[in-house]
Design a protein around this ligand. Structure first.
Ligand code: OGA
Ligand code: CA
Ligand code: FE2
Length: 504
């Protein structure tokens, strides 16, 4: 009985609600209609307009979310940003020049957004896929500047090859002379390379054979003469005398030993002896360069997730040798922050002749090619400071930019370990996906080497803060490259070699 009464009550209420909704006065409805419409009213309650609207809103929000997610995934995994192993970029196996051209075209559309790795927090470790058979750990060292460390970025063998290539290019005498250094220490050391090492370094594509182009491209290199023209001519004619037009290691031994004879025959095994002239040198990494150098560049593209064209058009790898007492005062690697300056790398594409030329470097990847017995740390004196004030760098007679005196006072010091790469952003983001202001906190220097020898290499990625100018520059290089590629062999270094790069 009670249940029936309740049902009746509910029905009454429902009827009243229905009337309200339809805006019809209840007195206007007649009794016979009431009984027959009861069931319909109950059903239409579930399919009411309000219910429909709510469902539709949810449905639309869901669709919008799915589309948003798909767009996010698409733009974060664009063809230029595929994070995979060495040389694993999805490219067709075409020959050198046209492959470069493909990169230019493919990446041009993406060159207006610069990916930035997230630091999350100091100490955060993320796994990165750089080589096919393992992952590397990338640790966040600081957020101001955004600085990461990747141990084992280079293998021991790769460090050795890069150092040797730099030595062969002719490294100069140290410019900073430490006090108290004896005359015997500052004398130029002689380098010795075995025939096998010379063969391996000439064998740019590492196929175990010397092709003509590998010898020819060596003779074109501007800043190193570790084989004199007579040696080269001798090797080349030896190669041309072979029916295959190639030299195996055995062939090379024969030819090379002969080429060493005139003038400088020594007792015992013939060896090449070179004087170290330079403290630093540049190594190109484009087509025709040693395969270890090309591999490193691809790995850097994977690490930074930058468009490959941007990295390929950046300045060549700089290799530096630090001897006992050598150091570098704290500095910023990039000069692109003031309006009166223009970027060295993209200058050719502009008309700003009166401005001061500076290096515009979005980020730095510093490779430690050797460990150091003592000293030689890289220091970031103001990393993660709460504020940055230039005056605060010099206080109470302590100058934090003077790394020779104050290396141990900086906020962060990193001990060189062979194979480790450091990556930091010299610039902040402009908030629209492009390079913004110089990050003052990226100030860094290197402490004096107190025992052992230090070898490093710098890879800088050049970006013009004016993205129009960067676009013009890239277009110009691509055009020039297209014009060239028809005429020249693939072993010619990328047209970038025509462009001057200056150190800060
Ligand atoms: C540089 C530099 C740091 C180091 O070469 O610009 O800052 O530890 N080097 O070698
Ligand atoms: Ca070869
Ligand atoms: Fe630097």
């Amino acid at each position: 009985m009670e249940e029936e009464a309740q049902e009746d009550l509910m029905e009454e209420e429902e009827e009243e609600e229905e009337h309200d909704e339809d805006n019809v006065p209840s007195s206007a409805l007649k009794a016979p209609f009431r009984a027959s419409t009861r069931m319909q009213i109950q059903r239409s309650n579930v399919c009411s307009r309000a219910y429909f609207v709510v469902v539709m809103v949810f449905f639309h929000v869901y669709i919008v979310n799915v589309i948003g997610l798909l767009l996010y995934v698409h733009y974060n995994n664009g063809p230029g940003d595929v994070v995979s192993g060495d040389g694993a970029k999805p490219e067709v196996s075409t020959s050198g020049a046209s492959r470069e051209e493909l990169h230019m075209e493919e990446d041009y559309s993406q060159s207006f957004s610069l990916p930035r790795i997230e630091g999350i927090r100091v100490g955060h470790v993320q796994q990165v896929s750089l080589v096919p058979d393992r992952t590397h750990e990338m640790r966040t060292l600081s957020l101001k500047p955004l600085l990461f460390e990747v141990p084992g970025f280079l293998s021991e063998e790769e460090c050795r090859v890069v150092v040797q290539l730099a030595q062969l290019k002719g490294l100069m005498e140290s410019r900073t002379t430490a006090p108290g250094r004896g005359p015997e220490e500052s004398s130029q050391p002689l380098l010795s390379f075995s025939t096998e090492e010379v063969f391996s370094l000439l064998d740019l594509n590492q196929d175990g054979l010397l092709q003509k182009q590998e010898i020819v491209s060596h003779s074109r290199s501007r800043d190193g003469t570790w084989l004199n023209p007579d040696n080269l001519r001798h090797i080349l004619s030896g190669l041309e005398a072979r029916p295959t037009g190639l030299l195996t290691l055995d062939d090379f031994r024969h030819v090379y030993d002969q080429s060493q004879r005139p003038g400088q025959q020594r007792s015992g095994k013939p060896r090449s002896h070179f004087k170290q002239r330079n403290k630093h040198t540049r190594l190109h990494q484009g087509p025709g360069s040693h395969h270890v150098l090309q591999t490193l560049r691809n790995r850097l593209i994977s690490l930074t997730r930058l468009p490959s064209s941007l990295v390929e058009l950046s300045e060549p790898l700089q290799v530096i040798r630090y001897e006992h007492g050598d150091f570098g005062d704290a500095h910023h690697d990039s000069g692109a922050s003031r309006s009166e300056t223009t970027c060295a790398h993209s200058r050719l594409a502009g008309n700003s002749s009166a401005l001061t030329e500076v290096s515009c470097r979005y980020l730095t990847v510093l490779f430690y090619l050797s460990s150091v017995e003592e000293g030689g740390e890289t220091t970031f004196p103001v990393a993660d400071n709460r504020t940055y004030e230039e005056q605060a760098l010099v206080q109470d007679g302590v100058d934090l930019t003077d790394t020779q005196q104050t290396c141990d006072r900086g906020n962060m010091r990193i001990k060189p370990a062979a194979g480790t790469a450091l990556l930091w952003y010299n610039h902040l983001s402009d908030g629209r996906g492009w390079m913004g202001e110089l990050d003052e906190y990226s100030l860094h220097g290197d402490c004096p080497v107190s025992r052992g020898m230090k070898w490093t290499a710098n890879s800088w990625v050049n970006v013009d803060p004016d993205h129009q100018q960067q676009a013009r520059y890239q277009r110009q290089v691509a055009q020039r490259h297209r014009a060239k590629s028809g005429m020249e062999e693939h072993y010619q270094p990328l047209s970038h070699s025509d462009l001057l790069h200056q150190d800060l």
